[in-house]
Design a protein around this ligand. Structure first.
Ligand SMILES: C[S@@+](CC[C@H](N)C(=O)[O-])C[C@H]1O[C@@H](n2cnc3c(N)ncnc32)[C@H](O)[C@@H]1O
Length: 263
């Protein structure tokens, strides 16, 4: 991992810490919602991917789990040991509160910058999850994929749901519009907050996101002994970025599901 990676991830995690109380003040019904035994926050296609991986009694890790509601949704499908990893302590605190409210206090959480994850968890999990809004925060995608793969037992599966990389070309607006090269390499620099629920702008910490193309993502996985077993591009909004494009006449794919098996 380079010095630059550390610089970027520190900045990113400060911005996430700052966003945590704002997200909590918007999503006020979550504690009640998660207490419902049928609670499931997964989008329908990703739900099918998770069901296809047959998570019953399997050990599951979620990398960059935020407030834990996706991991909790998988636990409610009968998963065994569940571990959520995130670099924002205030979000981990929210996750602990939510899993307690849901009656699953056995879900474990670990607070770290993912690039500093110790090797204690290596070869431990049957399933690793990465859900929407994670890959773009990763300055070094190959190293991130290596870490995801290292958590899996041989034969284990990495399941990813993400914004489609084509969205790196778009700027939000009414309507959202094409504004960038697909092949941009410099990070995007923002400081108007991370509220992708109510779209409030606030004077926030500077943060950096990284445009990874589809081939960047596939090659980062291939070079880490992960064999692609599923890919699906989605026509609907999965992460509230340029959500209006779902209804555009010339609509790009808005989301992507991928699954790999560790060789
Ligand atoms: C958009 S959220 C992911 C939400 C996810 N879809 C969910 O609800 O389960 C992105 C998360 O990645 C975490 N994150 C970003 N960079 C990270 C890093 N370098 N190490 C650990 N966590 C990181 C942030 O703290 C944040 O909680």
């Amino acid at each position: 991992m380079s010095k630059n990676t550390k610089y970027y991830t520190q900045k990113t995690l400060e911005a996430w810490d700052e966003a945590a109380p704002i997200h909590a003040s918007i999503n006020t019904s979550l504690k009640n919602d998660v207490a419902n035994p049928a609670y499931n926050n997964l989008n329908p296609d990703f739900d099918a991917v998770v069901t296809g991986a047959d998570v019953k009694n399997k050990s599951v890790v979620q990398i960059c789990c935020n407030n834990g509601i996706d991991l909790l949704s998988v636990k409610k499908k009968g998963a065994g040991r569940c571990l959520g990893i995130d670099g924002s302590k205030p979000f981990i605190d929210q996750a602990v509160d939510l899993v307690n409210a849901a009656g699953h206090p056995d879900i474990e959480f670990y607070h770290t910058d993912i690039y500093d994850l110790p090797d204690t968890f290596n070869n431990t999990f049957d399933v690793a999850l990465v859900t929407v809004g994670v890959l773009g925060w990763m300055p070094d995608l190959a190293c991130f994929m290596e870490i995801c793969g290292s958590l899996l037992k041989p034969g284990g599966q990495l399941l990813v749901e993400e914004l489609h990389p084509i969205l790196n070309m778009y700027e939000e607006g009414e309507p959202s519009y094409l504004d960038e090269s697909y092949f941009r390499t410099e990070p995007f620099v923002e400081s108007d907050g991370l509220d992708y629920f109510s779209y409030q702008k606030y004077d926030g910490k500077e943060n950096y996101t990284f445009p990874h193309s589809l081939s960047d993502i596939l090659m980062a996985a291939i070079s880490n002994n992960l064999q692609l077993v599923h890919i699906k591009e989605l026509p609907y909004n999965v992460g509230n970025f340029c959500a209006d494009l779902e209804h555009a006449d010339h609509n790009p794919s808005l989301g992507i599901n991928l699954a790999w098996r560790k060789i």
